[in-house]
Design a protein around this ligand. Sequence first.
Ligand code: UD1
Ligand code: CA
Length: 456
Amino acid sequence: MTEKNFLSIILAAGKGTRMKSKLPKALHEVGGKPMIQHVLDAAKNAQASKQIVITGFEADMIKAAVGTQAECVFQEEQLGTGHAVKTAKEKISSFTGSTIMVLCCDTPLLTDSLLAKLYEHHISSNAKATILTALAPDPTGYGRIIRDSNDLVSKIVEHKDASPLELKVNEINTGIYCFEKIELLEALDSLTCDNANKEYYLTDVIEMFKNKNLPIVSMISPSFEETLGINSRLQLAEAEKFFNRRKLLSLLDNGVTILDLDSVFISPEAIIGQDTIIHPFTFIEGNTVIGSDCEIGPNTKIDNSVIGNGVYIYFSYLNECKIKNNVKVGPYVQIRPDSVLEDNAKIGNFVEIKNSIIGEDSKVPHLSYIGDTDLGKKVNIGSGTITVNYDGKNKSRTTIKDMAFIGCNCNLIAPVVIEEGAFIGAGSTITKNVPAWSLAVERSNLKCIKDWRKPE
Ligand code: UD1
Ligand code: CA
């Protein structure tokens, strides 16, 4: 493989008018991160030697998102894609290599392997310009690739400037190219804005190269989807679908069962083990890791959590928590951040767990709030029990040691410790520590009034 040496220039100065948004287009999220981040990642992983981002609309926001990944160059007025590249003229001339790859911030489905192929193709063809093209099912809005009688690219015509015949062409310009820098700089200097948009089009560089007999080649992207350019919210939604589909297909390929490809959404970063089954209406987000032989869903959302093997979670929401092996969660459970469920724990039926550790083989099966609590092993929490962790000012912890049994509808007023094997009678409000293997009941005596009738 060729040693790669190219400068990546990502155009991101445009407002993205068609998005109808306060946010610059580059920062709209899709597939779990801002569009421009996908492009930066693809170029970096394709081994770009250096990256430049052209900023304009909301430049500071873009700059903050880009950070140290690329150098930003400010395009004061957005006079077109050609003008945008020209803004980076000095950086282009001072680049030590000779190849410039131009990318747009609005093609988030791009892969590094496609960019690497484009670069290889450019170098091995000894071309001065290489255009990445694609065959679009509906080419509306895209620049069309116009070929001569020898099937060589002669120019790119923008949709607005195309003749009825040219509009019929379905080979489109993806907006991704490799150029040789000296020829590119020369062409940029002579660009004009004589077109329907009154813009300096980068695409006009191609016709200039052609007129100078400089070798231009093209490479057709194996899939149109990968180079989908996002100009509208509809295209953003379509891209989200493609991202998700790509992820789901790779999971299926790795031995995960997904029952409904249309209602399951899984982030690109998520990892899921073999023989795990994902039921419909399940959302797995962020850096979630799920082991093997689990059953997840239906109607479940898991954010940034780590789940072991053989876990069963259904009709529940889990956020930033750690679930060990063979745990059962659901239905209607919320597990909030910093909670750990140890092996074989069981949580179900309208239970909320927050910042708590639920020990091995322990159960919180019905209608409880467990917050800021350390639960030992084999603890049973009766239905309706609450750990009272907040006095209006401070949060305090509850400790319930191994094998303790908490009856139904108890209030454990933190800070409080229930020692090993202690038994708490149903309905008790516990305000003091309870010693090991003792029974604690806090209940007023039952009063029965004989022969009582409701007054008339
Ligand atoms: C562009 C191409 C078109 C191609 C399509 C692929 C031109 C003239 N047209 O059209 O052939 O089919 O991409 O998606 O190049 N930008 C700047 N500064 C500017 C103008 C634009 O940085 O002055 C940036 C935008 O932020 C965007 C990119 O350039 O990231 C492309 O601009 P956009 O307006 O989306 O171009 P298209 O009309 O999609
Ligand atoms: Ca575009």
